[in-house]
Write a protein that binds this ligand. Structure first.
Ligand code: DHB
Ligand code: FE
Length: 280
């Protein structure tokens, strides 16, 4: 059977993609940011996951005000890096896993999560930056990827509680897939950041670290944080962190932290990264 072996959380700041692509990742500014991913790159080489369910948000690249799916799952064969205004990033195409993705889509819909099924879309920095952080400069991504897009751009995003429950349903879906696959789930975005308006540049280290603490162990209190608290404490884009709760919900009752990294600033943003293992 397929096995959900680990959860990975990471910010997806587009500037990290630029630094990676322009080989500035070890300079004075980016060195401490990228150093926090060295452990994970080595660990991923040893883990050799077959598939990553990559929870991310599209930033008006594949979806815009014409269509706003709350939860969308990519069931396609492959996805191209999106052109976000400067041409597509020169990173490999993302290869999907249609069999597992359709299985998860079916299992989720029968489990009463009404997913939007997407067979064709381009994927933006929300998805490709975490891949670069975890795998570096590669000719091909070493995993198949099932994109799972969440609307956190246009109000109303889903609640943290709904995200956590979706994670639990994803875990049931993976566990019922008959092929022997090593599957990871990643939650991306965050941490505290506000990109516009009078509070642009808002960063809240104490709140971010409370959130990181809360992902470890057996408490599920994070699922009950209301939207207004993300907005007040972490800025208008901090709501991206609800996507981490899909990852956390999928890992079950208790988790153990294998690696943790937090750094300020990256662009106008606090970045966080964590690797979690489900506990029996
Ligand atoms: C930044 C962060 C994001 O999560 C994003 O999607 C876009 C920009 C930033 O900090 O620059
Ligand atoms: Fe973002």
């Amino acid at each position: 059977m397929a096995r959900l072996t680990a959860g990975v959380a990471s910010s997806h700041v587009p500037l990290m993609g630029v630094a990676h692509d322009q080989k500035k990742d070890r300079d004075d500014y980016f060195g401490p940011i990228f150093a926090g991913y060295d452990w994970t790159r080595q660990w991923e080489k040893e883990q050799k996951p077959d598939v990553v369910i990559l929870v991310y948000n599209d930033h008006a690249s594949a979806f815009d005000m014409k269509i706003i799916p709350t939860f969308a799952i990519g069931c396609g064969e492959h996805y191209k890096p999106a052109d976000e205004g400067w041409g597509p990033r020169a990173v490999p195409d993302v290869i999907g896993h249609p069999d597992l993705a359709w299985h998860i889509a079916q299992s989720l819909v029968l489990d009463e999560f009404d997913m939007t099924i997407v067979n064709e879309m381009d994927v933006d920095h929300g998805l490709t930056v975490p891949l670069s952080m975890m795998f570096g400069d590669v000719a091909e991504w070493p995993v198949k990827v099932i994109p799972l897009a969440v609307n956190v751009v246009t109000y109303p995003p889903p609640t943290g509680n709904r995200c956590w429950a979706l994670g639990e349903a994803i875990a049931r879906a993976v566990a019922s897939f008959p092929e022997d696959l090593n599957v990871q789930i990643w939650g991306t975005g965050g941490m505290s950041h506000q990109l516009q308006g009078p509070r642009a540049g808002l960063i809240n280290r104490a709140w971010d670290n409370m959130f990181l603490d809360g992902l470890v162990g057996d408490s599920d209190h994070l699922r009950h944080i209301p939207h207004i608290e993300y907005l007040r404490e972490t800025g208008s884009e901090g709501i991206e962190m609800v996507m981490w709760l899909i990852m956390r919900g999928a890992l079950g009752k208790t988790t153990r932290c294998l690696h943790r990294h937090y750094h300020v600033p990256c662009s106008n943003t606090a970045i966080g990264h964590m690797v979690l293992e489900p506990q029996p």
